[in-house]
Design a protein around this ligand. Structure first.
Ligand SMILES: [Zn+2]
Ligand SMILES: [Zn+2]
Length: 280
């Protein structure tokens, strides 16, 4: 490590990384919120997953406050990664020609698959009763999340979530651009999971070519019921571990197949009560 690096230089780098992280959040989560929750909210009312439980301004402030705290942790990890890469400790490379384009895309796909497994199992761990209250409950304060909840984590959870980046960077060669694409994909899908509206078409969770992919309903149900639907991008870990909610397909279809005219009927659907957050 370059021990001559001054504190001011570290602070400058941290500020840049923190700025990029918050900008990424504000643009992706903010656009989703502005377009879906504000501009199109009336037109998409029949796609709104939990019409009986509207988040308050206080709920949204909680999501934003903890997301900004998360970026503090992510910023520190980012500065460490920058320094580690500069010193040749990581396997991040800059010249695509080193491994070629096929490897660029294989490593990107591999990173998404690895993160999907990493997320599922660390998420299951955080639902372990002894640590849930102290770590993951912050994220579950949003029982009907908005896109702003995408990074609403306790600082300890933020460390776990950030862990995927050093894990990848120290494990196998990855191009800096592939890593950035992965982080962009992760943020977008994370926002989709917290969208609160189901925009995928009817049949998506039953069709052979799409059933392996998760939906907004899938993660929204995780926030509503707590003890099901732990997966991130793909549905296979929940299928394999039998942790999909038994009514996942039914609840997905109730929104995916809904039209603005049958919205009233949708409201009469049977609702399963979710756990009382105070008793957890
Ligand atoms: Zn959870
Ligand atoms: Zn969530």
């Amino acid at each position: 490590m370059d021990w001559n690096t001054t504190f001011v230089e570290w602070l400058e780098r941290f500020s840049v990384v923190y700025g990029i992280l918050t900008l990424r959040y504000i643009i992706i989560a903010g656009l989703a919120f502005l377009i879906v929750w504000k501009i199109l909210s009336r037109r998409l009312e029949h796609k709104y997953i939990q019409p009986d439980r509207r988040p308050t301004g206080k709920n949204i402030l909680h999501e934003i406050k903890y997301s900004f705290m998360t970026f503090f942790v992510f910023g520190l990890v980012g500065v460490f990664m920058f320094e580690a890469t500069r010193n040749g400790w990581t396997r991040i490379y800059r010249d695509v020609g080193d491994f070629g384009w096929p490897y660029f895309f294989v490593s990107l796909l591999g990173t998404i698959l690895l993160h999907d497994a990493y997320f599922y199992w660390t998420h299951r761990l955080m639902h372990w009763k002894k640590i849930f209250k102290h770590v993951h409950l912050v994220h579950h304060r949003s029982t009907n999340p908005t896109p702003w909840a995408a990074f609403s984590f306790h600082p300890l959870e933020a460390i776990i979530e950030a862990g995927i980046v050093p894990l990848v960077a120290f494990l196998y060669p990855i191009h800096a651009g592939a890593l950035l694409l992965f982080l962009f994909y992760m943020t977008s899908l994370n926002v989709l999971g917290h969208l609160g509206y189901e925009l995928f078409p009817s049949g998506f969770t039953r069709n052979r070519s799409t059933l392996w992919h998760n939906t907004s309903t899938h993660h929204n149900m995780h926030h509503k019921y707590f003890n099901c639907n732990y997966g991130l991008y793909f549905n296979w870990w929940d299928r394999f571990m039998k942790t999909n909610h038994p009514e996942y397909h039914e609840q997905f279809e109730s929104k995916a197949a809904a039209t603005s005219s049958n919205n009233a009927h949708a409201k009469d659907r049977k609702e399963i009560s979710s756990p009382d957050i105070a008793t957890l």
